[in-house]
Design a binder for this molecule. Sequence first.
Ligand code: IMP
Ligand code: MG
Length: 181
Amino acid sequence: MHQDVKSILVSEEEIKEITTTLGQRITNDYKGSDKPLVVIVILKGSMPFASDLIRHIDMPLEIEFMKVSSYGAGTKTSGEIKIHLDLNREHLENYNLLIVEDIVDSGRTLQRLTQLLKNRNANCVKTCTLLDKPSRREVDFVPDYAGKSIPDEFVIGYGLDYNEKYRNLPYVGILKSEVYS
Ligand code: IMP
Ligand code: MG
């Protein structure tokens, strides 16, 4: 695994700093609210990040999972997301929803997911991503919480995959181009 990494972009040390800081910000922002916080973990990529992040959110919360994929810009149905595992919860207006994602690239996935939950009556939907690639944006979407902005490189590790592999690397690294070319 490690030999396929060109360079480390976010070290284990920096991941700790990011999850600590984001957890503190989220705690401060939500602690005065009268509605329960529900963290929605987007499978599979955000599993390690969400797992670390929730342990830095110092208030009661509940966890849900969703698995979604965005139709690529090249397909005709680019206005939709495919839901592989849906949120099993009703009366979304009674909760503060926080979607946790590994990376925002074109922005389509989180924009559509936010819209979908709002269409189901959720009135507070916010997003938290570990990584953001702002230079790749195709739609007008800004995450509420972002751990780190990164350049336009394909990254792996700490949940992020290439062909389902490398998710278990403890850091985020840039994949060597010869691995996928
Ligand atoms: P978006 O809808 O284009 O913002 O898609 C974001 C999704 O694309 C993420 O949840 C990842 O699954 C995937 N993705 C985008 N960039 C990378 C990357 O550099 N490495 C691994 N997965 C990525
Ligand atoms: Mg993903």
